[in-house]
Design a protein. Sequence first.
Lengths: 310, 213
Amino acid sequence: MLDIPRHSLNAMLVVLALLLIATTCRLLLARINPDKDYTELRQRIQSWWWMIGILFVCLIVSPTTAIILFAFISFLALKEFFSIVPTRQADRRVLFWAYLSIPIQYYLVSIGWYGMFIIFIPVYVFLLLPMRMVLIGETKGFIHSAGVIHWAVMLTVFCLSHIAYLLVLPIKNHEAGSIGLVIFLLFMTQLNDVSQFIWGKLLGKHKIIPKVSPNKTWEGFIGGVLTIGLVSGFVGPYLTPMTFQFSLLSGLIISISGFIGDVVISSIKRDLEIKDSGSLIPGHGGILDRCDSLIFTAPLFFHFFYYMNY
Amino acid sequence: MDRILKILFFALIVRPIVFVVLGLNVRGKPNLPTEGPAVIAANHNSHLDTMVLMSLYPLSKLHQVRPVAAADYFLKNRFLSWFALKCVGIIPINRTGRQRKRELFAGCHSALDNSEILILFPEGSRGNPEEMSEIKRGIYHIVNDRNDTRVTPVMLHGLGRALPRGEALLVPFNCDVIIGDQLPKAETAEHLVNAIQDSFLELQKYCITRSQV
């Protein structure tokens, strides 16, 4: 079947099977309690089908297609960020330049120029954007704007582009290919959200940061970390070139940083007094609501993996 | 022929811009009138306002949705007037104030008689980015003697950042489109103006995009 490495293909099939189970459960639930409203659950699962469908098709077609998809996701996330966070009318042109960093950053990914990929946004964009702001000349609110705009580009373009860079690293596990790494990272990040939620529901008692997220508990957090560590330990050697120990460690990194990403984006929304960052994905909210953990897990997993293997 | 032109223009150019380059946070979609005669009253900050509101309708309904727009601006040269009349399908209105009310709104009335949906910007002009200006009374004279036509208020936010007046560079932003409940029939022009004003303020609370610091 096409040219997908065997392990990655199997992983995709497992994910699709999980989705099928979720859909079946939802239909059964609706059958058992016909009076209850399951609209949100239905939308959520339906959106999952779409997101995973688009991702898998892009991954299967070619690495370039997948890189374009991630660039597009960065665009949507950056746009959402600029829309919910107040920016000055004077900064319109600066924001336009910030958007231009997306094609450049992902072009650097596609040609595999690691040195430039890793400094382009933290150095060049960082220094260029305030220069563009100076040319406009509006100094009222300058510090705030410079900070917000660069932070947005770092989170949504720089951090997210690390997922795409996994696709151009030299392949070490030929059974899984580079797709395996991407699926590993995305799957573990999303599973982490789910398992922290479930452990929290089951055992949650002691609040971890009540001011930001009143529903997050120590039990959920620790349960999630242990679950993801263990699952990663077993799945890692199959989908990545890592051994059991290193896979387990990377699972811990994903789980802890995923939690941090989640609460950081939550704090942004709390600050702005909004519940969702957008309404792009029915049942989930905006793209930032969905990518919150990924923004933190992608670069941290990437650099751990890169340091250990390259 | 005109209908095909309009559909092509919206399918190939407007919708990709509205849904991809921009992006909409729509609330209250069920409140949107799907059958005419009806009037949509929205606040006005950008040329994109019309495009966004028209994109809420399916392509098959597009020919029934008619924005009311200033004749002095949109009919000022041949290209622009061809574009405004054929591609968008505006109902031109004279802003100079020298005409009688009957003549002035004749185009609006005949469109409503044809069960069309009018898009009106009762502020009259785009004004400063993301600022509300005073609501004009004209809208009252359009709906006043019609028992079949109600006004639906729509609050738009964020488009004045994406493409404000006097700018040619479109910068991507998500925009809020909050559709309110249909307003009851108003007794006087003042009542209607106040009702629109109040509902704009109410709908504004649901916007999640922010502009100024």
